[in-house]
Design a protein around this ligand. Structure first.
Ligand code: MG
Ligand code: MG
Length: 265
């Protein structure tokens, strides 16, 4: 069942999503060689709770095993998604995708950003750049009158044109009172296919893109998803609302990228 959101609901979704952006900006300040993903998780959980929200990932049920034990997913290098924070220090040249979800006043935020740890290779930087570009190209398609497949196909074409793999097993989703609502939003598909996009449809668009082959496997913890060829993967996600002419992006990378610019000075 696809629920279109009222304007009031969209504003509540925006508040939850902007809090995710602020949380990721707090983490951007802390990301450097030597920091552990468990330390980042502590910062995120405190920040989310201090702002009156709930970290929706914590305790999230898993059809394959136990509930998710942390407030953020931290996926390092060849991990694609759903990495559990741990005590391994991040190293210079690593990348870490941090996916974060909040529930504020009954509505969900969900957004992800892939960060460089110190200096990374040009090859890996290109993967991050193309993945983020594909997200924004997909968002350009999220307008009234287009179809879901137009978003999917645009993301897939841009990433494959650049020689990258598009993960099939995990997809974007509707977002509202629940973090995962209908419809599914794949990062691959055919132009002109899928549901017609209507004003008020709120979805999380989240390309999960690999430097090599698209095949993945699940780690023994039953959460972490890793590329089979162990090449790095990137993941960027925005929650958006379909509108006429131009989608309304409810999450934001602005504060994250302000921190990153300040750090690079
Ligand atoms: Mg997410
Ligand atoms: Mg999501």
């Amino acid at each position: 069942m696809v629920y279109l959101k009222t304007d009031e609901e969209v504003e509540l979704l925006r508040k939850a999503n902007l809090l995710v952006g602020k949380t990721l900006a707090e983490l951007a300040k802390a990301i450097q060689p030597g920091v552990t993903t468990r330390q980042l998780d502590k910062i995120a959980e405190s920040f989310i709770r201090d702002n009156g929200a709930i970290p929706t990932f914590k305790g999230f049920p898993n059809p394959y095993g136990g509930p998710f034990p942390a407030s953020i997913c931290t996926s390092v290098n060849e991990q694609v998604v759903h990495g559990i924070p741990n005590d391994n220090p991040l190293k210079e040249g690593d990348i870490v995708s941090i996916d974060c979800g909040t529930k504020l006043d009954g509505y969900c935020g969900d957004s992800c950003y892939t960060f460089a740890v110190g200096e990374i290779s040009q090859e890996v930087q290109n993967l991050l750049d193309v993945t983020k570009q594909s997200l924004y190209l997909g968002i350009e398609q999220a307008v009234v009158g287009r179809r879901l497949g137009d978003i999917s196909n645009t993301i897939q074409s841009h990433c494959e044109k650049n020689g990258y793999g598009v993960v099939r097993e995990f997809v974007g989703h509707g977002i509202g009172k629940e973090m995962h609502e209908d419809p599914q939003v794949p990062n691959y598909g055919r132009r002109g296919n899928g549901i017609l996009l209507k004003s008020g449809l709120c979805i999380a668009i989240e390309p999960m893109i690999t430097m090599g082959a698209k095949e993945i496997y699940m780690q023994e913890d039953r959460w972490g998803i890793v590329t089979r060829d162990r090449k790095p993967a990137a993941h960027f996600e925005h929650s958006i609302c379909v509108r006429k002419g131009k989608a309304d992006i409810l999450s934001s990378f602005e504060e994250i990228e302000k921190v990153l610019r300040e750090k690079s000075l």
